[in-house]
Design a protein around this ligand. Sequence first.
Ligand code: 5CA
Length: 442
Amino acid sequence: MYFSKSFVPILKNNPTEAKIKSHQLMLRVGMIKQSSAGIYSWLPLGFKVMKKIEQIVREEQDRIGVQEILMPTIQSSEIWKESGRYDDYGEEMLRIKDRQNREMLYGPTNEELVTEIFRSSIKSYKSLPQLLYHIQWKFRDELRPRFGIMRCREFYMKDAYSFDLNDDEALFSYNKFFLSYLRTFKRLNLSAIPMAADTGPIGGNLSHEFIILADTGESKIFTDKRIFNVESSSTLLDKNSLNDLRKQYEKYYSVTDEKFDRQEFEKLVPEEFRVNTKGIEVGHIFYFGDKYSKPMNAAVDFNGKKEFVKMGSYGIGVSRLVGAIIEAKYNDKDEIMKWPLSVAPYHCAIIPMIKKNDTTNIEKCNKIFEYFKSKNIDSIIDDTDENISAKIKKFNLIGIPYQLIIGNKAEGDLFEFSEVNGKTQKLNIEDVASQILKAKLN
Ligand code: 5CA
């Protein structure tokens, strides 16, 4: 891909309407374009990042044995009337009428729809647990959409649902998602802390939000800073290991403000460990037992007895994560961004010095591009007329992690290679590729 042909509409200055760095940057480098309040189009650069995040989220759901489905965005009001949430959900729900005057809605979440799918087919406890997920657009008519795609009206979410026979099995499912979320955020190079949270309109009495610390976050949190050091890498998928994992986190007081109790905080957390700060909610898991299965009659046969299944739901804000990663990785001072390699729109920018009537450097770039492609390294060739320092500045802003200069200083087969914000090295192409591949594995 040549930069001159790519659809990356970069603005000279930060747009004044954007208040936080992720919103500024996403507009500035043309990752998104607002189409109406709280509704955005995703342009190539932004879409590439989101798709890579989505794929990591998907792989980590598959890894714990969740099955992928795809439910529609438009739902019938009937099932919401069955659960009792049609009236409760209020103005955040976008209600639509079809040509037959039937009440429809744009799904803000899918507990009802997935329960309907479950109950129509699963009849025996022997088919449990059932763990299902989908990655689909949601719509919530937020009163104050803001911060770009961080709190918008139409957003992309992974939502999963678990169905079990009893509380014990249901908590096992809950804990699998707990582990899966830790793994997912780690692969995105984020440190997301699980915190006991309120359940809001989803319901239930057990819930954790996964929060990334950031001054611009909308969630207020109260926590014991020792929780930041909990190590969770090698957990097995059995009940005991997963219970232990959650206990390791729950040992430390860590809550969002709706759950905050000052007396408890001061009693349980020694003063030097108390943290009261802000963060971004990137995931939220819930256990709500038979809140939906009972009114919607989703039950299985257990040795001749009818048992309402016990359910949980598990969300990740896939589109919000694009902004959250920027909030966590953007260096304000030097206007430098560095995407984690796992989600970078391109791993490496190939920057040729361009001389009039001489295509030698561009031809070199083409060969390197093909070689990178064969190694699964995504790159882009900057064939524009800008000078080298303007190009480097541009890629620092976009956040492409590596830059390779193909220019006059190239000695034989050695090229200037640097990591954003890092030292420049002279390397041959094979060594460049192996450095990038090595970093990709970390
Ligand atoms: N049904 C449950 C779990 S699947 C649910 O809807 N949970 S939620 O309301 O907490 O949403 C899940 C995640 O979606 C949140 O953690 C957040 O990351 C993201 N999200 C929620 N609202 C918005 C919004 N208005 N804009 C962008 N992302 C959002």
